[in-house]
Design a binder for this molecule. Structure first.
Ligand SMILES: Cc1cc2nc3c(=O)[nH]c(=O)nc-3n(C[C@H](O)[C@H](O)[C@H](O)COP(=O)(O)O)c2cc1C
Length: 343
């Protein structure tokens, strides 16, 4: 198998920091769109491969899959890469709305160029709505958080809004609540971890792990805890990874499956938009997310995930919950630090 090598880039290529000032109001449409890409690239992507390439042409942006960044062993069809690009296209749309642009977004169909995921075109001007601004403000706050979450349920009303968010983008969201369904999913994740313990998958995953001193602007930090959900793949007996992941699945406050009726490029792009809409709405309400996407990456197991979820074709499996605050450090009392007159 031809494993995609991780490209070497200088570390300044995709800065994580972005501010309002980065998109000048008086610039040409293509300049503004190019500046807005700094927001689009804040989207999540499988193994932080950032498998997107953008072409700006006047008032239009086309989003393509960057095939050199598709995971040949883990994601041979490029499905998760397209999902990631769909998330970036949705993020670009939010940025355009934040800057007062109205837009027309289209996902690519079967007759379009093979690597095209979708396009965004500027159509006019209107201020963003309050809910668009809420999502926009969550773009920088959203991060994958792989640590255990607080033992707090996700409110039913918020789950209903997350459903709506997914449906607004043309995908479905299924929430696993029954213990039997959670156990079935935990079992599937365990089987997927075992299935991906082959040499090609491990080599590919390892290529995107960022060890100490590696400051490349992509890949996932390879730190022991709260770092990377696939850590156990690389360094330990898969049994440890399986046990740890099963515990996280069983203890997840909310287990979600983003699914689509169809299973083609357009559906994958819509799933990516739905994923990012759900993540940002969750982040706006203080929720963090992490993923258990391994069983969707194993051909034999993906239909089983869809069956457990009971909806369409499973695209992304994730967990939502309230992050646990890390304990702060203590401070001495004021009396101890306040100098008295002459003291
Ligand atoms: C389609 C897709 C699948 C993903 N699958 C996993 C996964 O199985 N395990 C995991 O730990 N993270 C997974 N992630 C999360 C990415 O690793 C994460 O988005 C990326 O490292 C960027 O970090 P950020 O989300 O904090 O911006 C997935 C993300 C996407 C978009």
């Amino acid at each position: 198998m031809n494993i995609a090598r991780r490209p070497t880039l200088p570390s300044s290529v995709a800065p994580r920091a972005v501010t309002d000032a980065d998109v000048p109001a008086d610039a040409r449409p293509d300049e503004r769109l190019t500046a807005m890409l700094r927001w689009a690239v804040q989207a999540p992507s499988v193994l932080n491969t950032q498998p997107w390439r953008f072409r700006v042409d006047g008032d239009r942006v086309s989003v393509f899959v960057d095939r050199s960044r598709v995971l040949a062993a883990v994601d041979p069809e490029g499905r998760e890469a397209v999902v990631s690009c769909g998330a970036a296209l949705f993020t670009l749309r939010l940025a355009a709305r934040h800057y007062g642009e109205t837009v027309a977004v289209e996902v690519a169909g079967p007759d379009d160029a093979p690597d095209l995921v979708g396009t965004l075109r500027l159509t006019g001007h209107a201020p963003p709505t309050a809910s668009e601004e809420t999502l926009f403000r969550a773009i920088k706050a959203r991060h994958t958080n792989r640590a255990p979450y607080a033992d707090l349920e996700v409110p039913v009303g918020l789950l209903a809004r997350l459903h709506g968010a997914s449906e607004a983008e043309g995908a479905r969201l299924h929430v696993l609540t029954a213990d039997a369904d959670k156990a079935a999913l935990a079992d599937l994740v365990g089987r997927a971890i075992r299935a991906q313990s082959d040499h090609e998958s491990l080599e590919e995953i390892g290529a995107w792990a960022r060890g100490a001193g590696d400051d490349r602007p992509d890949g996932v930090a390879d730190v022991p805890w709260g770092g990377w959900g696939r850590m156990g793949h690389l360094h330990a007996d898969p049994r440890f990874a399986i046990a740890e992941t099963r515990a996280l699945v069983a203890g997840a406050p909310a287990l979600l499956v983003v699914a689509t009726d169809a299973d083609d490029r357009a559906a994958w792009a819509l799933a990516g938009a739905a994923l990012q809409h759900v993540l940002l709405l969750g982040a706006a309400h203080g929720l963090a997310a992490s993923y258990f996407n391994q069983p969707t990456e194993v051909d034999d197991l993906r239909p089983e995930v869809s069956a457990v979820a009971g909806v369409g074709h499973a695209q992304v499996v994730l967990r939502l919950g309230t992050p646990v605050e890390t304990p702060g450090t203590p401070r001495r009392p004021i009396d101890d630090v306040l100098a008295t007159a002459g003291g």
